[in-house]
Design a protein around this ligand. Structure first.
Ligand code: SF4
Length: 153
């Protein structure tokens, strides 16, 4: 399979703090699948390292919220641009599914931070996860993809 993957899950130092979040089980998928790393926040023009960002409103992205950094600067356009380029890459390479990093304001699929920068998680999606799903791509969080002894769904 061709799988779009959050770049930080593959050990690439793309996170806001310029660190990675390598996931061993995801890396092992390289044996049998083609993994295509994308970092929507970098694709959207944000620097690394960068201030933390969260989605205002307390329910993640549904299409109309604002994404701000911890200093209150509006970064919504960067998040939208990055999501759109990630979707373009997914289409260009005809990927079968996406595996994304949990809790990120871009990549989170089930939970995101609530916009108060207090560490509180709420049900909701990041901008890229939302856009990919809206366009028909199967999206999984990093821990959702495995069933019975590492079989990929
Ligand atoms: Fe990882 Fe996604 Fe954040 Fe980029 S935007 S660092 S890929 S979680």
């Amino acid at each position: 399979m061709r799988i779009l993957v959050s770049a930080c899950l593959l050990g690439l130092p793309t996170r806001y703090d310029a660190r990675s979040k390598a996931n061993r089980r995801i890396l092992e998928l390289l044996k049998d699948h083609i993994l295509i790393p994308v970092c929507p926040e970098q694709l959207g023009g944000l620097p690394t390292p960068r201030p933390r960002c969260e989605i205002l409103g307390g329910h993640g992205w549904t299409g109309n919220e604002r994404v701000v950094d911890e200093f209150g600067n509006n970064k919504t356009e960067n998040f939208l641009k990055g999501a759109e380029i990630a979707l373009q890459i997914a289409r260009l390479l005809n990927v079968d599914l996406a595996i994304l990093k949990s809790k990120s304001p871009s990549c989170g699929k089930n939970l995101v931070y609530d916009g108060s920068f207090s560490g509180r998680l709420v049900p909701g999606k990041g901008v890229t996860a939302f856009l990919l799903e809206k366009n028909g791509l199967k999206v999984f969080e990093e821990d959702e993809v495995f069933v019975n002894n590492n079989d990929l769904l």
